[in-house]
Design a protein around this ligand. Structure first.
Ligand code: OAD
Length: 237
């Protein structure tokens, strides 16, 4: 199966990778569907990662992101990130808000759900600023307009950045092979990219530790950790 997948990727003129939290799991960054650990176990991520949650308790939401930022700041790219980053010919579309693909050196990264490495103005004035993930800030006011700053990520109920979606959708429509890595494929519209690529005739390779909603669309499904499988798939002959 690995050889068939390697051939599909090698034969593809245009290859896109589409990744979820499972890509970063071996870097120690928890996935969404894993039970939340520690003091955050009693909170529902869907509630915290939302405009309503932020309006209800902005300090709590910022503290939650500060904890997640420290985890990401301390994490290192794993062999799957490094293998993907080594392929400049592949467009990397990710649902992840961590910066591990970019830190591994990947250049073409489309972050559909934004980046936890930046804050942006919640008032919509357009101000954004980089965040030190090893020493994340508390609740801050936008220096341009005074509204609160919040992580530059897509919250539940918020729209995905249109330009990112347009690039990702067009790439999935045009690709010959889509490499789907570490996603439960349950959150739309992002998960819809798999069906878009499939309908356009692309070969679908799925890498996951367990079956997922992507399984029915897979031409080849490789069950196992991304950190072991992805380097084998992308290694040069
Ligand atoms: P999930 O937590 O829903 O799914 C993670 C997937 O990775 C699961 O299918 C696991 O089986 C798989 N997995 C775990 N460890 C793995 C490993 N070492 N190697 C390969 N696969 C592994 O995370 P996502 O699918 O990314 O949305 O979730 C999609 C979206 O839901 C997120 O972007 C977020 C969340 O709500 C927003 O933030 C808007």
């Amino acid at each position: 199966m690995i050889d068939a997948a390697r051939r599909m990727l090698a034969d593809g003129q245009s290859v896109v990778s589409f990744s979820g939290a499972g890509l970063s799991a071996e870097s120690g960054v928890g996935t969404f569907r894993d039970a939340q650990d520690g003091l955050w176990a009693k909170y529902d991520p869907v509630q915290l990662a939302s405009p309503e949650g932020f309006a209800a308790d902005p300090e709590l939401v910022i503290d939650w992101y500060a904890a997640r930022r420290r985890v990401v700041g301390d994490a290192q790219p794993n062999p799957a990130h490094v293998a993907l980053a080594g392929r400049r010919d592949i467009l990397h579309v990710t649902q992840n808000v961590d910066d591990l693909l970019s830190r591994a050196g990947a250049e073409q990264v489309i972050a559909l759900h934004g980046s936890i490495g930046f804050d942006r103005c919640h008032g919509g004035c357009g101000h954004t600023e980089c965040v030190d993930m090893t020493d994340p800030p508390g609740l801050l006011e936008c220096p341009a307009c005074g509204a609160p700053l919040r992580p530059a990520v897509v919250w539940f109920g918020e729209a995905m950045p249109q330009e990112a979606w347009d690039i990702a959708e067009r790439a999935c429509r045009d690709c010959d092979a889509l490499l789907v890595i570490g996603t439960s494929a349950v959150v739309y519209p992002a998960a819809g990219l798999i069906g878009i690529a499939k309908s356009a005739g692309a070969g679908i390779i799925v890498v996951n530790t367990q079956p997922s909603e992507a399984s029915p669309l897979a031409d080849i499904e490789l069950l196992g950790p991304a950190g072991e499988i992805v380097p084998k798939l992308l290694a040069h002959n």
